[in-house]
Design a protein around this ligand. Structure first.
Ligand code: 5GP
Length: 212
């Protein structure tokens, strides 16, 4: 049997370029086989182009509450007025099959995951500065001014959590950030806990070779 996969959590303030980074990682999936994206449940309405079951499982507040009461979430949180939750079953089955699972979740969710699964690897994506973040939110033209104000206010709170994470990616250059993200995933795969079975099998080849 293969060893358990790693749980990799990525968080960032809105506008840090995290979504572009995660998309980039999966577009280059051939270079990172064995990595899956955990599709969350959300009560948020789908945006143009978003696909149910691929980007999110879009559910009603009632459905979300029912899943919550049935203890189906590994973690959940309210973010920008909508509810989001990670499926416990989906994550566990991938990990047990030896696949690495990437969770794109907010800081509240990341802290819950770390509490429940201390072996999870937490990555925080920081923008190069507050000004750059502000500019990116303005330039993407997605949000009304009051929404941008709210995202910036939440970002000021979120950045303080970076020290609770294991790794920081400062997202100045997307290619460099992607390289760093892939390197963190590669490093997780080289951990003793992941390679113990392979190492033990290699060690067995050393037995009885004292005279060679
Ligand atoms: P968006 O609605 O823009 O896709 O995501 C808004 C925020 O919710 C992002 O910070 C994203 O990381 C976070 N998020 C997405 N899914 C989950 C989840 O399952 N749990 C938690 N805690 N946050 C989530």
């Amino acid at each position: 049997m293969s060893s358990r996969g790693s749980l990799i959590v990525i968080s960032a303030p809105s506008g840090s370029g995290k979504s572009t980074l995660v998309r980039g990682l999966f577009e280059k999936l051939l270079e990172t086989p064995g990595l899956v994206f955990s599709v969350s449940h959300t009560t948020r309405k789908p945006r143009a182009g978003e696909v149910h079951g691929k980007d999110y499982y879009f559910v009603s507040e009632k459905e979300f509450r029912e899943l919550l009461e049935a203890d189906r979430f590994l973690e959940y949180a309210e973010v920008y007025g909508n509810w989001y939750g990670t499926s416990r079953l989906e994550v566990q089955s991938h990990l047990e099959a030896g696949r690495d699972v990437l969770l794109d979740i907010d800081v509240q969710g990341a802290m819950s995951v770390k509490g429940a699964m201390p072996e999870a690897i937490l990555i925080f994506v920081l923008p190069p500065s507050f000004e750059v973040l502000h500019e990116r939110l303005l330039n993407r033209g997605l949000d009304a001014p009051e929404v941008i104000e709210k995202r910036l206010r939440i970002a000021r709170e979120e950045v303080g959590f970076y020290c609770k994470y294991d790794y920081i990616i400062i997202n100045q250059d997307i290619e460099q950030s992607l390289f760093e993200l892939k390197s963190i995933i590669s490093a997780a795969r080289c951990m003793v806990s992941r390679r113990r079975e392979q190492a033990e099998a290699i060690l067995k080849t050393f037995i009885g070779k004292e005279n060679e």
